[in-house]
Design a protein around this ligand. Sequence first.
Ligand SMILES: Nc1ncnc2c1ncn2[C@@H]1O[C@H](COP(=O)(O)OP(=O)(O)O)[C@@H](O)[C@H]1O
Ligand SMILES: [Mg+2]
Length: 248
Amino acid sequence: MKLLEVKGLTKKFAGLVANDSLDLEIDQGEIVGLIGPNGSGKTTFFNCICGVYPVTKGSVRFEGREITNFPAHKICKGGIARTFQLVNTLMNMTALENVMVGAFCRTTNTNRAREIAEELLEFSGLPEKKDILGSDLTIADKKRLEVARALATKPRLLLLDEAMAGLNPTEQKEAVELIRRIQREGITLLVVEHVMQVIMPLCERLVVLDAGKKIAADVPERIANDERVIKAYLGERYYAKRATLRSE
Ligand SMILES: Nc1ncnc2c1ncn2[C@@H]1O[C@H](COP(=O)(O)OP(=O)(O)O)[C@@H](O)[C@H]1O
Ligand SMILES: [Mg+2]
């Protein structure tokens, strides 16, 4: 049985087809990367899986059970957690309290929620930040806090939406270590990321979206040499890099 099985998922916003009949299967224990240019539909795909948006067509099954269009809190309780591309830190709460919010998905006991949150701040490399207000954390720490809060809901599948955007190379390396630690805990991951040097070695498989359609799905080495992918995504990024170098 597949852990996640998405079939023909289509999401339309008025006339725009943000996700066009997407199929995706993920096995327990995998790290799968979801890549593609801005606006290609990656975040929308997450939102459809997690019950943030109702799907226009298609189905989502998790652990063999139909979850299409279930409300977001049910999907979270059912074992799928996600982070947000634009961090959703609760600014007036401490780091510990932010993670406790996630833990309350599993327990109504405040002391137990605190224990879970403390464990996960430790696991995510933030133990000394627990009493700091959300608003006072650096972007790298806010990103980690998002991951810790998602983990506090005890997911079996974790969706990370650009968890490394805006991080410097050292912070990126730490983020990769955290993702590997999460995998070792037995949690399956679907990861949206733009930094190719990070995503290529991290993922066993990559799925590429362009204008809402899946244009390729393969192991990273083959994706890096796929002509359609280079044209739609990688090429554009290489050109952008060259342009910045020239203007420096
Ligand atoms: N809530 C929304 N209402 C209308 N259009 C949306 C909405 N969310 C996303 N879109 C559109 O759907 C397309 C895919 O967006 P998105 O999923 O955010 O892409 P990505 O995450 O790959 O950058 C874009 O054209 C975007 O403008
Ligand atoms: Mg996005």
